[in-house]
Design a protein around this ligand. Structure first.
Ligand SMILES: Cc1cc2nc3c(=O)[nH]c(=O)nc-3n(C[C@H](O)[C@H](O)[C@H](O)COP(=O)(O)OP(=O)(O)OC[C@H]3O[C@@H](n4cnc5c(N)ncnc54)[C@H](O)[C@@H]3O)c2cc1C
Length: 373
């Protein structure tokens, strides 16, 4: 007997899709909704750490992620404009797996969404929840298209600005802007770029991550205390400005920027929902519960791990309350560490804190992330 026979997952990002795969495969009646009628992946590429590869392995998609993405064994560090300093290697999570890599977000989305479809999950797109209440030990949901349904459990996986979170936890403030913005740009990978390159020590942090046979993405964290907004058509001009003076691969990418470059700009937010992440028959996972800045590249790791742990507990226990309480025991401290240490690393960048201090916190965090979940 599982703790839930019928589950609704709200949001088909990395967290929602990972949970749908596991629950669908276990025979639990699972519905997944996403408000985007086209169910697109937003963004360019993501960096994958060793623990993220491990989580993808447990989900059964790691081989496809590696085949369609890219594994990089090392991170090469440079000082601006283009002085090579040395290499750092994240700790080995599993000797069979890479320590570092990348994949384009739409490519990862295609892999995960195909597995969701194959696992027998009912998928409904272009809708969201209109109302949620509880009656006779069931979550009663009406949807934005006027339909309704009853579920043993509703899982909110709607990302950092979750509507379900506002409904369940109206007292909790929205994610906080950290003072940094982040540009990401998809670009063609020159063959010689065979590792992650990171440029540190200047007013911005930038670099490139290989994330496919001939693809890479450039990241650029910039200090913007007032959280200014501009027309996205100006992204390439702003990014050119921040990359001014850089040499090597960064200068080469900068010189090729045009108005048609595939650039995504996002203000960086940080958020940790206090425990517990559930109320009644609804629970939050992924960015809806813990939205992190990208400084440890661990958002996808936490999203997949949430799904692995929650599905394991729902399947193993008869009691929903017990499953959700154990879920919190296993997830809260680990996610707190990632969110808080990532935010601190961002503050180090803003304050120009010594590289050694930065490196020490990064290594402590990597060690913690490599520990078994
Ligand atoms: C700039 C930036 C760079 C990052 N880089 C990395 C990286 O390199 N590596 C890494 O591991 N992580 C990275 N992250 C973090 C990572 O992207 C997130 O942690 C991860 O995508 C979270 O997945 P999710 O499924 O929880 O949420 P999301 O990916 O946000 O998915 C939410 C889904 O819910 C849907 N939805 C939203 N609202 C509703 C609603 N009301 N009803 C129905 N559906 C809804 C959306 O359409 C979407 O499909 C980065 C984050 C940022 C901001």
């Amino acid at each position: 007997m599982s703790a839930a026979k019928k589950v609704l997952i709200v949001g088909g990002g990395i967290a929602g899709m990972s949970l749908a795969i596991r629950l669908g495969q276990s025979g639990i009646a699972t519905e997944l909704i996403d408000r985007d009628p086209e169910w697109r992946a937003v963004g360019t590429g993501i960096t994958i750490t060793g623990p993220t590869f491990r989580a993808f392995g447990e989900l059964g998609v790691e081989a496809e992620v590696r085949a369609n993405g890219r594994s990089n064994e090392t991170v090469r560090i440079f000082a601006p404009p283009n002085t090579y300093i040395g290499e750092i290697g994240p700790p080995v999570t599993d000797p069979q797996l890479p320590n570092n890599g990348g994949i384009l977000r739409p490519v990862l989305h295609n892999i995960l969404s195909r597995h969701v479809r194959e696992s027998g999950v009912t998928i409904r797109l272009g809708i969201s929840i209109a109302t949620l209440s509880e009656q006779n030990d069931q979550a009663v949901v009406t949807f934005s298209d006027g339909s309704n349904g009853n579920y043993d459990l509703v899982v909110g996986a709607e990302g950092a600005f979750s509507d379900l979170r506002s409904t369940l936890f109206p007292e909790v403030p929205e994610p906080e802007y950290t003072g940094q913005g982040c540009f990401r740009l998809q670009a063609k990978r020159p063959e010689e770029i065979d590792a992650m390159y990171m440029y540190v020590g200047g007013p911005i942090k930038t670099g490139v991550t290989p994330c496919g046979p001939d693809a890479m993405y450039l990241f650029c964290n910039v200090p913007l205390p007032d959280n200014p907004r501009w027309d996205p058509s100006e992204d390439w001009i702003k990014l050119s400005h921040y990359l001014d003076g850089y040499g090597g691969i960064i200068g080469s990418v900068r010189d090729q920027l045009t108005a048609d470059s595939n650039i995504v700009y996002r203000p960086l937010e940080s958020f940790l929902l206090p425990a517990p992440w559930y109320r009644g028959r609804a629970v939050l996972i992924g960015d809806a519960a813990h939205a992190t800045t990208p400084h440890l590249a661990a958002g996808a790791m936490m999203a997949v791990e949430d799904a692995l742990v929650l599905s394991e507990l729902l399947i193993a226990h008869d009691s929903l309350e017990e499953s959700l309480a154990k879920f919190m025991d296993r997830r809260f401290e680990r996610c707190r560490m990632v969110v808080e240490n990532s935010a601190t690393l961002g503050q180090y960048e803003l304050n120009g804190t010594a590289i050694e201090t930065h490196k020490k916190l990064q290594e402590i965090s990597w060690q913690a992330m490599a520990a078994p979940i």
